[in-house]
Design a protein around this ligand. Structure first.
Ligand SMILES: [Zn+2]
Ligand SMILES: [Zn+2]
Length: 84
């Protein structure tokens, strides 16, 4: 009995050396490890923010700020007092 080729999975192989779940991911996404990349949440690209990314590399706050102003948020945000 073979087990899934994905490290740490260990389930019984269904097809192509992968278990049913990972084989389905391979078919759907072309990558059996697809969910792992999804789970690695990216952080906002703005310096010192670190909030999870909503879109275009920015968190919710900075994404809407960028959309509203049509540019990248400035490094200093003097009008936001509740931040610190
Ligand atoms: Zn598996
Ligand atoms: Zn941010």
């Amino acid at each position: 009995m073979n087990s899934c080729a994905v490290e740490g999975c260990g389930k019984t192989v269904k097809a192509k050396g992968l278990c049913a779940m990972h084989h389905q991911r391979l078919r759907r996404h072309g990558d059996p490890m697809f969910s792992k990349t999804l789970m690695e949440r990216k952080a906002c690209q703005k310096n010192g923010c670190g909030e999870p990314v909503l879109a275009r590399g920015f968190c919710r706050k900075h994404y809407y700020f960028q959309r509203r102003t049509g540019q990248l948020a400035p490094l200093a945000e003097p009008q936001i007092h509740s931040y610190n």
